[in-house]
Ligand binder design. Structure first.
Ligand code: SF4
Length: 212
């Protein structure tokens, strides 16, 4: 490994350790959200975001929905999954018979990448301890990974086609990979992504009922 790469790896490890330490301290989800909102571990994101989007984490949540990163509307509102994707998600949750107070919604990255670019690997790694700690505190019956990026966050390099439609055990979580609502919007109301996303949400509801 070159000196530059070794230095970058050491700097990333130090940043991840600092976030791990910060994430380990708050006693509950509300205090954790306060700590996330103060995070400046990714210099570019901290400089360009409007606000951090820690997620919505009702205590009664048995299902956690996980997306990739906030977009422009989430950055403006401080809430995950607002806008058209969030509206469709609300419709599909209702169709699946899942009450919103049973659902927590997180993104693997808590700050909007400028211009909605893809999060860098460094940013994703740095932010990981926040979501890991949220999951530990929520202790859900099932986690639904929305889209390929969130799926890879849990399962590593893979394709959605290879893993969708099955429950995967990872780090003690039952993970159900599925389509992102934006794919369901793109392919329209009669498209496969919408149909399969709804089917997967129904599976998540069944798993949550079994685990209650
Ligand atoms: S993306 Fe995560 S780790 Fe990076 S500054 Fe935002 S909250 Fe901190």
């Amino acid at each position: 490994m070159s000196t530059d790469r070794a230095g970058a790896a050491a700097a990333l490890a130090a940043r991840v350790r600092a976030v791990e330490d910060a994430a380990a301290q708050p006693a509950g989800l509300d205090r954790l959200a306060v700590a996330v909102r103060g995070c400046r571990a990714c210099p570019e994101l901290a400089a360009t975001r409007t606000q951090v989007v820690p997620g919505v984490t009702p205590r009664a949540a048995r299902i956690v929905l996980v997306g990739e990163a906030p977009g422009a509307q989430e950055d403006a509102s401080g809430l995950p999954f607002v806008g058209r994707s969030g509206q469709l998600l609300d419709v599909l949750l209702a169709e699946a018979g899942i009450a919103r107070e049973r659902v927590a919604v997180l993104n693997t990255l808590k700050c909007r990448p400028p211009g909605n670019r893809a999060p860098s690997r460094t940013e994703t790694a740095t932010c990981r301890p926040w979501s890991t700690r949220q999951l530990a505190l929520l202790d859900p019956a099932v986690v639904v990974a929305l889209g390929l990026s969130a799926t890879r966050w849990f399962l590593g390099p893979t394709s959605l086609a290879a893993v969708r439609g099955r429950v995967h055990e990872r780090d003690g979580w039952r993970v159900l990979p599925t389509y992102h609502p934006s794919a369901a919007l793109r392919f329209g109301p009669a498209g496969e992504p919408r149909r399969l996303l709804l089917a997967d949400l129904r599976d998540a509801a069944r798993l949550a009922d079994q685990g209650s």
